[in-house]
Design a protein around this ligand. Structure first.
Ligand code: NAP
Length: 246
């Protein structure tokens, strides 16, 4: 399905990004497993992919840094000749109520989640325009769709990712590039492990399926959007959230 495709997945050493990398590789893509601090995790993902007959390499880069991101994309293009799939998955939370939220908490989350997504798109789009093809998938969140108390920074960053996605979809459609967002609800990863039992129970009560999702359930949707089966879909926000946002 994705044979011969070069895919870059940001933040792919852990959590949802890890499952996306495994799924894309299972479907035949050569995967660049980006990480920032988790080198051992990224190497484990690459090892798992290659042991299963796939192809992948780890790549360290802080996506919040404009010039580092530029260098990563340039190196990928130089080494592999093209870039077909870009998955912007890297993301962080720094939750706090607005009256307690520090400037640093706001800035850090916006820099990684929103500016990080801008950075990779900014540098990858030139190559995809040249190729006249490409698939970009940005991982947003239901927080960016519905808002979420205690997550002013995070919800703003993810709403920004949705606006960026729709704008990129409009700018790049004529060049044969699809740009979509996937908005997960509560997914079992390290990001949600830190939530208290009370918060988890409250969250589950708002999910029609009455459970958290699994990273694999997000990865399947990303893999579909990365494939030619999704050739006529662009500018969409697909919620993978057990029915939370509808
Ligand atoms: P996670 O387990 O905490 O993993 C976060 C990933 O982002 C890690 O691989 C991390 O890499 C990477 N990352 C963070 N800052 C980075 C940077 N500056 N440069 C490159 N990579 C960076 O989180 P997750 O739950 O898998 O979340 C993945 C994405 O899904 C995020 O965008 C998140 O906002 C979104 N999401 C998650 C949920 C959920 O319930 N889990 C719900 C909605 C949306 P290092 O470890 O190498 O730093």
């Amino acid at each position: 399905m994705l044979n011969g495709k070069i895919a870059l997945v940001t933040g792919a050493g852990r959590g949802i990004g890890r499952e996306i990398a495994l799924e894309l590789a299972k479907n035949g893509a050569f995967v660049i497993v980006n990480y920032n601090g988790s080198r051992e995790h990224a190497e484990e993902v690459v090892k798992t992919i290659t042991e299963n007959g796939g192809e992948a390499v780890p790549f360290q880069c802080n996506v919040a840094d404009f010039s580092e991101t530029s260098a990563m994309i340039q190196e990928v293009i130089q080494k592999y000749g093209h870039l077909d799939i870009l998955v912007n998955n890297a993301g962080i939370t720094k939750d706090n109520l607005i009256m307690k939220m520090s400037e640093e908490e706001f800035d850090r989350v916006l820099e990684t989640n929103l500016k990080g997504t801008f950075n990779t798109i900014r540098h990858a789009s030139r190559q995809m325009v040249k190729q006249k093809s490409g698939k970009m998938i940005n991982i947003a969140s239901v927080s960016g769709v519905l808002g979420n108390a205690g997550q002013a920074n995070y919800a703003a960053s993810k709403a920004g990712v949705i606006g960026l996605t729709k704008t990129m979809a409009r700018e790049l459609a004529a060049r044969g590039i699809n740009v979509n967002a996937v908005a997960p609800g509560f997914i079992n990863t390290e990001m949600t492990q830190v939530l208290s039992d009370a918060v988890k129970e409250q969250a589950v009560s708002q999910i029609p399926f009455r459970r958290f999702g699994e990273a694999k359930e997000v990865a399947k949707v990303v893999s579909f959007l990365a494939s030619d089966a999704a050739s006529y879909i662009t500018g969409q926000v697909i919620c993978v959230d057990g029915g939370m946002a509808m």
